[in-house]
Design a protein around this ligand. Structure first.
Ligand code: IMP
Ligand code: MG
Length: 182
């Protein structure tokens, strides 16, 4: 059974990941991050817009001190395929030189966006650079990019909710659902 909105998009009625499951996983990731970053300050970078709820929960779940900055990227290419050439729509406001940087992503799919962001950030000489993603679509990867922290792995399918959108909609859902008809 599914619910249908005006534009005939069908969301799975049962969440793929419930709000409780997400909260529990965020706490587990935070515990791991606290262990790895003990005694340091984390420079967390949210890749907008998709990771805004995830980073909001993550910074409150970690005990390690954090500072937060934001980037917004646009990827050239067709609607369905990322070209790997990214345009920086909104750059960081602070310098990451000599900082312990943790990039917080919503989804790593082809990996092209992240690979490009990673080399851009490495050029700015951070002390360290790690990547945390809420969702890993490993089966879709076309390029090798190291991902250090993974919330959930899924094989396929288009998902929305908890910050993730389909044409800017459904970011406000508290859980993650599958689009059944794309
Ligand atoms: P890629 O890794 O360069 O292919 O791009 C990954 C980006 O595509 C993610 O950061 C999301 O913004 C978007 N994306 C990929 N799969 C989904 C999905 O299932 N739901 C919502 N956004 C997605
Ligand atoms: Mg994104």
């Amino acid at each position: 059974m599914s619910t249908t909105n005006a534009s005939n998009i069908k969301l799975s009625q049962t969440p793929l990941f419930s709000a409780e499951e997400i909260a529990a996983r965020v706490n587990e990731l935070a515990a791991q991050i606290d262990k790895d970053y003990r005694g340091r300050e984390i420079f967390m970078i949210a890749v907008l817009k998709g990771s805004f709820l995830f980073i909001a929960d993550l910074i409150r779940a970690v005990n390690t001190p954090t500072v937060v900055d934001f980037v917004r990227l646009a990827s050239y290419g067709s609607a369905t395929q990322s070209s790997g050439i990214i345009e920086v729509r909104k750059d960081l406001e602070m310098s990451i030189k000599d900082r312990d940087v943790l990039v917080v992503e919503d989804i790593v799919d082809s990996g092209l966006t992240l690979k490009s962001l990673r080399s851009m950030l490495l050029n700015r000489q951070p002390a360290s650079l790690r990547i945390c993603t809420l969702i890993d679509k490993q089966a879709q990867r076309v390029t090798n990019v190291p991902v250090d922290y993974i919330g959930f792995s899924i094989d396929d399918g288009f998902i929305v909710g908890y910050g993730l959108d389909l044409d800017e909609r459904y970011r406000d859902l508290p859980d993650i659902r599958i689009i059944e008809n794309v």
